[in-house]
Design a protein around this ligand. Structure first.
Ligand code: UDP
Length: 479
């Protein structure tokens, strides 16, 4: 009989955290014969979405299964509770059911391969104690990159440096993390910007836990050596003897996008090769009303083809009453849709992103620099315009623009607004074949695509690392 092992996975309660976990599981099952059980936490105001269910259903059977944990209640929380806090709370309030399910899995080891390890999302670190209490080895899957992991490892030190500041953005000198480009304080993870907040304290606690390595056997990072060699090396050297760092990326979505007809894909079929700029701000990013107006005019005056995924702006315009269910795109400038008809396509809320980026007509991506979007761009060789919004996206933008040189970045004015002229200029630079700055970025992205393919190839660095991880897990069965 083939040697195998069983792992339990607890993703964070957000679709963008589930996607890389599902793909990691797919590889462990298909290439390493592991068995995987997903434990899905949710809350009464945020049940598992159809997209999440469809992703989970796309996993190979019979060696994967999904257990939906009972939804926790948020009825006691103030309505303004931040979504990052809710993601963390969904897990901490699910701890009793996580304990119950893991215990059942341990007890049923006679019927399935033995449960050897528990993999938790970085937002689910509270659950590591549950696994530890049951004697199960734990791993953290850090679905972003090594520079962000490095920031979390060094947050206790950053906290000391920033002792006399309330906000990291006010730090006078750039923060130098080992093997990373220097970051301005304001570019560090948005959740730790305000040192006075409860969320800051939670992340500091998380960081101290990482540094101690207590109850953690290893950290799996969704990155690869070629793009972050120095940051990965520094992490591996600093952590020697405590826990192992496994860079296994780029892990990007391959399944779970409905086969349904998407208007944007049929529209792309009719466009010239490499001519379309795809614009998206991730699974939840929104712009202000003014910024949305500037973006629309910038795209219009750039004269380039585009697909733009739009959401209602995050601050109500003074004339908000004009927005009605009959006018779902009423926040766009008057006449914008008519004037750009044929050259541009507006997609409300959600597009099949991996299919858009993999389409031959797509030649550029204006992105909020979410890490999954970034990796999806790498594997498809699509050059970027970096427009970071929150979380670790500003750090990613620094990596993309300054270290890897695969993105152009529009400049904001002193009020933080990116003006239409600036947007049009950067869009033209990226998409116009004759533009020298754009050409450099496009060429660098082609090289990066080759590196990504190599990392995942038969003898690639990430393939070898995943093999090492799977072998360690299988060895645990014997011990
Ligand atoms: N995504 C998508 N369609 C959309 C927006 C996002 O398929 O319209 C997917 C995208 O392909 C990526 C994920 O959602 O896999 C977004 O993750 P990312 O880390 O880029 O950003 P986040 O949503 O966490 O800000």
């Amino acid at each position: 009989m083939k040697q195998t092992a069983h792992i339990a996975i607890l993703p964070g309660a957000a679709i963008s955290h589930l996607i890389p976990f599902v793909e990691l599981a797919r590889r462990l099952v298909l290439h390493h014969d592991l068995h995987v059980t997903f434990l899905i936490p949710s809350s009464n105001d945020h049940p598992p979405s159809d997209a999440a269910k469809s992703l989970l259903e796309s996993l190979p059977k019979p060696n994967t299964r999904t257990i939906f944990l009972p939804p926790v209640s948020f009825d006691d929380l103030p309505t303004a509770t931040a979504s990052t806090a809710k993601i963390a709370l969904t897990v901490s309030r699910s701890l009793p059911s996580i304990h119950h399910v893991l215990k059942l899995m341990l007890d049923s080891n006679t019927t399935t391969p033995p449960l050897v390890a528990f993999f938790a999302d970085s937002f689910a670190i509270d659950a590591l104690d549950v696994a530890k209490g049951l004697g199960i080895s734990s791993y953290v899957f850090f679905s972003v990159n090594a520079i962000s992991l490095s920031m979390f490892f060094h947050l206790p030190k950053i906290d000391e440096i920033a002792a006399s500041y309330d906000f990291l953005k006010d730090l006078p000198d750039p923060v130098q993390l080992p093997g990373c480009p220097p970051f301005h304080g304001g570019d560090l993870f948005s959740g730790v910007q305000d040192r006075r907040g409860v969320i800051y304290k939670k992340f500091l606690q998380f960081s101290k836990r990482l540094v101690s390595g207590e109850g953690i056997s290893g950290i799996v990072v969704n990155s690869f050596v070629d793009i972050e060699s120095e940051a990965i090396k520094a992490l591996q050297e600093e952590k020697t003897g405590k826990l192992t760092i496994y860079p296994v990326g780029p892990i990007v979505q391959t399944g779970g996008q409905h086969d349904e007809e998407w208007e944007c894909l049929t529209w792309l079929d009719k466009q010239p090769r490499g001519s379309v700029l795809y614009v998206s701000f991730g699974s939840g990013g929104t712009l202000s009303y003014d910024q949305m107006t500037e973006l629309a005019f910038g795209l219009e005056t750039s004269g380039q083809r585009f697909i733009c995924v739009v959401r209602k702006p995050n601050t109500q315009p003074p004339n908000a009453t004009c927005l009605s269910p009959l006018e779902p795109l009423g926040f766009l400038p008057n006449g914008f849709l008519e004037r750009t008809k044929g050259r541009g396509l507006v997609v409300p809320d959600w597009a099949p992103q991996v299919r858009v980026l993999g389409h031959g007509s797509t030649g550029g991506f204006l992105s909020h620099c979410g890490w999954s979007s970034t990796l999806e761009s790498f594997v498809n060789g699509v050059p970027l315009i970096a427009w970071p919004l929150f979380a670790e996206q500003k750090m990613n933008a620094v990596l993309l623009v300054e270290s890897l040189e695969v993105a152009l970045r529009p400049k904001a004015d002193e009020d933080g607004l990116i003006q239409r002229e600036e947007i049009a200029k950067v869009v033209k630079a990226l998409m116009d074949d004759s533009n020298e700055e754009g050409r450099m970025v496009r060429d660098r992205m082609k090289d990066l695509k080759d590196s990504a393919v190599k990392a995942l190839g038969e003898d690639g660095s990430s393939t070898r690392t995943l093999f090492e991880l799977a072998s360690t897990l299988k060895t645990m069965v014997a011990n």
